[in-house]
Design a protein around this ligand. Structure first.
Ligand code: GLC
Ligand code: GLC
Length: 814
């Protein structure tokens, strides 16, 4: 069953039934001001940091779901009926409900009793505000008198404190109201120099800023007393819960449309210009008023919307494909790329599943995210890499996370995840391949943000690599530390106390447990680093990286191979994990996927065996599970992985993030049918038809789909903010379609399904537009290329020597 449909031409997903299985959300903003918005107008906004600068409140895990939002109410003055065109919060039955989630905007609307209303929500580029354009049309044969109401609930900035510290917070709330603008200024009187504002383009028939005055005692957002009465009360908040609500009266002739613009924004004043007049306690509004006036003008709001559209056109235009599979096209051309930008902006901080108060930017996560967005935002990728590297520790290790507002490593979450440093090499390598900007390697970057410790970025990569060499275990495999990619395989934790964090508790000295996954990652990173070193003229160093990689590969063959597949790890007792000899957890996806991705065993058939075993034991119709058999009980020596019921999350769930490693593995083996088949199993668009089971948004990937051991096999969870976005994008674009960035140029190496007659693509790469067409003449993956009509040797297209900006590539597969 479907709850809407794709509108590919407009790059929108159109939801036509408001009670989707879960709130289906979208993101507003792409620079500093952000919001999440659900299909029924739920969600919240923040400036830069979802925890520390939260503008509006949201009630997580509420019953019903998804409360707190950007709510509009309409009231028919004649009948006294009132409703919300976005369905929530009033949940009246509506005609023609639709929610269009687009690129950086959302439009929600419906009709009731002949009154049609839509609100378009978006954040203009380069501004710290969101625009709500409400249009109301009278479809009746007679005049209509309507009151329109806006509403939001202000958050007192720190979302964590706001939700817990009521003894203080019920006393601090303050607002000012001037003309049609409500200013939220809690704590502005003391140490803050920022405030929020909620403005309206029309003269007001009333306003409210105190929640209780608006809602009435013991009433909720579904039936505000002041809306029911048809008159806001002009309340001014002193403490308690400041809100913003406007009332505008609309007289509409039959067929007439009127628009009201509301703005919700964030503004910082210079510390010495906070008050006007100076010495008073009144906000100085002089600096913000021009911005408010500008966007309250519907013509300027429309122009800003147009600019936003063009911005997304140009980002998505960097890579467009036309293949025989429309699910592939839709995800590559629109939604997967869009999701990659969301993971770049949000990391894992704010979604329907990430509360925005729990997690900063992950070292490992953000480095991997680069794979998906570096071509769309190279300058911001550069900045992100330097920020990440600056949190690296002098040992080469890393804080597991850092806070976006302070850019400092977060000690509470700790470090010692021994895979972390290698992802920096992977991220930097992706950046160099995309941009050819070698200067980044010479940027001075501190360790642990310590002034004076700056070294060239290149040195950070050297230390990353060395980190593992200095931490090898009894078999010569890398020690795992707190965990590797799988945060939940905690082999040194041995936690038996409820509530302890699996990620920071350590009861073992960590000198025994080893990870075959990190070994595979090390081999891969070593080869990437060798290529970088040799480009820097460091031939001997490059040779030593290759030698270390080869040595590790030999260790994997000797101690990391189980006969039919790659082992996963050795635990603190030196016992195998992910072996046929284990009772549970006999085979894992990560080591098999990543070792083959790294090219290990391609020549001698072990890679083939590993991928066949993965298919046999781990692949399901809904995707590939993490391991089998699932852990049926808690194992002290394994940690969090066994804390989840079988089939969920890391305990044999389908962790979509790692499925692409197997897709790439299959592509490396030349099996395009298998690679694309795995791609399709978790492709959200291809799962749209089973929306009742899948439950999450059909336009973005979820972190997890419940595995076959779960009673809810096939149900997705944790949509949006996951490494799944970048890895799937990378797998389909660079390995299956095979349009691959390299240090030298664009490599063309498609490994597509045998029944595809071919495909076309446009790729803008280092300032040149490549128009690519691939035609299949035989069933294999052998490619013959011609560039602007001339056949070339090999399959790497180097930038045109004569400075041409457009190049045609034709490839024949046989
Ligand atoms: C989450 C984390 C990521 C980790 C994965 C597997 O997605 O953000 O860092 O690799 O879980 O545990
Ligand atoms: C939990 C989750 C895992 C995530 C980690 C982040 O362990 O299962 O997916 O990476 O928390 O701290």
């Amino acid at each position: 069953m479907k709850f809407g449909h794709f509108d590919d031409r407009n790059r929108e997903y159109v939801i036509t039934q408001p009670d989707t299985p879960l709130p289906w959300i979208n993101y507003l903003g792409c620079q500093a001001y952000f919001g999440i918005i659900s299909n029924t107008a739920g969600g919240y906004s923040f400036y830069r940091d979802a925890r520390l600068r939260r503008l509006t409140r949201y009630r997580y895990n509420n019953a019903p779901f998804d409360f707190g939002g950007r709510y509009v109410y309409l009231r028919d003055e004649e009948s006294g009926q009132f409703w919300s065109p976005s369905w929530q919060p009033t949940r009246r039955e509506l005609e023609n409900y639709s929610c269009r989630h687009g690129m950086g905007y959302t439009v929600i609307g419906s009709t009731l009793g002949g009154i049609e209303a839509h609100t378009r929500y978006f954040v203009p580029l380069d501004e710290n505000l969101e625009v709500w354009q409400l249009t109301v049309t009278n479809r009746r044969k007679s005049k209509a008198q309507i009151s329109a109401f806006s509403s939001i609930e202000f958050c007192l900035w720190d979302a964590q404190d706001d939700a817990t510290n009521f003894q203080r917070n019920f006393n601090t709330g303050q607002v000012e109201v001037e003309e049609s603008v409500i200013y939220h200024k809690t704590e502005y009187r003391e140490r803050r120099n920022h405030f929020a504002y909620f403005a309206c383009s029309e003269p007001l028939a009333g306003f409210d800023t105190q929640r209780e005055a608006f809602l009435g005692r013991y009433r909720g957002w579904d039936s505000p007393a002041a809306v029911e009465a048809g008159q806001l009360t002009n309340s001014v908040a002193h403490g308690w819960a400041p809100i913003g609500a406007h009332q505008v009266k609309l007289d509409l002739e039959p067929g007439e449309t009127k628009q009201i613009v509301f703005l919700l924004g964030y503004h910082e004043n210079p510390v010495d210009q906070k008050f006007d007049p100076p010495g008073s306690q009144t906000i100085n509004k002089a600096l913000v008023k021009p911005t408010i006036a500008k966007y309250l003008d519907p013509v300027k709001a429309d122009a800003a919307f147009e600019r936003l559209r063009q911005y997304w056109d140009s980002l998505l235009g960097i890579f467009q494909v036309e293949t025989p599979d429309f699910h592939t096209n839709r995800m590559v051309n629109i939604w997967n790329a869009y999701q990659c930008m969301a993971t770049f902006n949000m990391s894992r901080s704010a979604s329907f599943y990430e509360s925005g108060i729990g997690r900063g930017l992950g070292f490992r996560d953000s480095n991997q995210d680069l794979l998906g967005f570096v071509h769309m935002a190279p300058a911001r990728a550069r900045e992100r890499i330097l920020d990440l590297a600056a949190t690296q520790l002098p040992t080469g290790g890393a804080y597991h996370q850092y806070q976006p507002l302070t850019k400092r490593g977060n000690n509470d979450i700790g470090g010692g995840f021994n895979d972390d440093p290698h992802w920096l090499i992977v991220g930097v390598s992706a950046y160099l391949k995309e941009t050819g900007d070698w200067s980044i390697l010479d940027e001075p970057v501190p360790y642990d943000n310590e002034a004076g410790s700056e070294q060239p970025l290149y040195e950070h990569l050297q230390r990353s690599f060395r980190y593992t060499l200095e931490r090898l275990g009894p078999h010569g495999l890398p020690l795992i530390g707190r965990a590797d990619w799988n945060d939940c395989l905690n082999l040194n934790c041995f936690s038996d106390t409820p509530g302890q964090s699996f990620q920071t508790t350590t009861n073992k000295d960590g000198k025994v447990a080893e990870s075959v996954f990190i070994a595979g990652l090390f081999v891969h990173a070593g080869r990437e680093l060798a290529a970088i070193a040799s480009r820097r003229g460091l031939a001997a160093e490059a040779t030593s990286y290759l030698a270390e990689s080869a040595k590790m590969e030999a260790v994997i063959r000797e101690h990391g191979w189980d006969g039919g597949w790659f082992l996963r790890a050795y635990d603190d007792f030196g016992a195998k994990i992910g072996s046929k000899d284990c009772e549970e957890g006999k085979i894992f996806i990560e080591s098999n996927g990543f070792c083959v991705l790294a090219g290990i065993g391609l020549e001698d058939g072990t890679a083939l065996k590993a991928m066949d075993a993965t298919r046999e034991h781990l692949a399901t119709k809904h995707g590939i599970v993490v391991q089998q058999p699932a852990y049926s009980r808690y194992y002290l020596n394994l940690g969090e992985i066994s804390s989840y019921p079988p089939g969920y999350k890391e305990n044999a769930g389908i962790f979509c993030h790692v499925n692409p490693w197997v897709m790439i593995g299959e592509a490396r083996l030349g099996r395009g049918d298998a690679a694309h088949d795995y791609y399709s199993r978790i492709n959200p668009s291809a799962r749209e038809e089973i929306g009742e089971l899948h439950r999450c948004e059909p336009y973005v990937y979820a972190q997890m789909i419940a595995g076959k051991d779960a009673p809810t096999f096939g149900e997705a969870k944790n949509s949006w903010l996951t490494g799944t976005a970048a890895w799937n994008y990378y797998a389909i674009a660079q390995w299956i379609l095979g349009i691959r960035t390299t240090l030298d140029g664009l490599e063309i190496a498609p490994v597509i399904p045998t029944n595809w007659p071919g495909f076309t693509a446009t790729r803008i790469f280092r300032g040149v537009t490549y128009n690519i067409s691939i035609e299949r003449k035989g069933e294999g993956n052998l490619i013959a290329l011609s560039v602007d009509g001339k056949p070339i040797e090999g399959n790497v297209v180097t930038p045109p020597a004569d400075g041409r900006k457009e190049v045609t590539i034709k490839g024949i597969l046989s």
